[in-house]
Design a protein. Sequence first.
Lengths: 104, 146, 260
Amino acid sequence: MLITNTEEIPGKQIVECHGVVAGSTVRAKHAGRDIMAGLKNLVGGELKGYTELLIEAREEAHSRMREQAEQLGANAIVNVRFSTSSVAAGASEIYIYGTAVTVR
Amino acid sequence: MIDLYILLGLIVIGYVVGQYLEQRHYRSIKQRERDFIGLATTTSKRPIGKIPDPSRVELVEGACVISVDYFKRFVARLRMFFGGNVRSYETLVDRARREAVLRLKAKCSNADQVINLRIETSSITKGRRNQVGSIEVHAYATAIYI
Amino acid sequence: MKYSPGLPEKNCNVSTEHPLKEFFVLLIGAISILLAVLLLLGLFVDLAVQYIDPKLESELFGSFTSDDESSPNEQEQELQSLLDRLGECIDVGYPVVVRINESDQMNAFAMPGGSIVVLSALLDKVKTENGLAFVLAHELGHFKNRDHLRGLGRSIVLLTISVLLTGANSDISALLTPVYNAEAAQYSQDRESNADAIALHALNCHYGHVGGAAEFFEIIAAPEYDLDWSLTHYFSSHPEAQKRINDLDTLARSQGYAVQ
């Protein structure tokens, strides 16, 4: 499954368009990470726990979007956009959406 | 003790009524998606296929704010203690997005194509640290009338 | 390019698991963790309390004694002398002072640092010396067991842990508070029964018999019958009055104490 955030896939031609597909997840960190982040706020720097959390969340959202595109019979997703928001204090939501197409 | 009973009562009401309302909303969403399936939508900037010059081009928007019931809020609270996928909010964000896009399509149901669909999300908080559970989705796109 | 739309049959963005299942799994997990923490806390505090000897306690908590600086009135002096005589039977390790506070509630408290506060309504209702002696001896029993310190230690540590883990003002505490209250109440009831037993021994040691010991409970037992949903006895910090009367009877019989 080809996934790009461009209009067209260089070197390939889009023959069919299947509409908009999307994947979303809501992930929360556990209490332990919360405490470590609180401590890290004293000294600053990268909050590795949160970085990992968001990376995992994005991968899951990616795979959900891919699954939805496969159900529609597409083999590529173009013009992919991301959106992140915090639904609750302590949980963040990742939303990925794009257009599912068939390329040749 | 009375606090515990009130809490349990709220959870039960939230669960029963919330599930019913959610199922009803989903039925409505699926129905409308079937109705609008002919309206070509894409996130690309260019229209699908070759089309003649459009007679009218306009920006259309759709927005909605959806909140969860008390049962889901409560389960999410517990989940946020342990970490992982907050499953009770998945239906919230799913419904909100689909509803916003459907409202957008309803505004331009006569259009031939809808291009450059973008979706903005924000959460509504009153500023209290632990306010949870509602999401505002704003979808906007360009509708092309040939 | 042609447009061939479709609607996916399966919604991949929501999980198909039943929400109630997740609810119960998480709830049981949270309650078990809380109970485990409380048990560990109990052990830890019990261990720590043994290391605070009475002298250290009176240094730390000396300021907790009543701020009524006036010299004791006649009633207070009487109580004090009764207390001192009982003190010969129960060794607490530091001098204990008794004060009387005006109130319409029947109660008495043991405060860290070595002072007992008796509320005036109790003195009005409990007429016999034996009854009063039991109440004072019960409080002395708390001092001997260092119960006041245990309560303080547990609350401080638990508050710290819960604020750290769940954040202040969290909703989750609304659910877990009853679990904590139930456990704390059971712990407290154990300690109250212990204090009752010590008081009974003291009475026997001082007077040679234990008649009138249960007078206090008999007075408060009467109006205690009310319609409730029968879970309150798990949550109250003292055992029910009738139960305490029964326990005292049983203990007296087993120890061979005369009742008159």
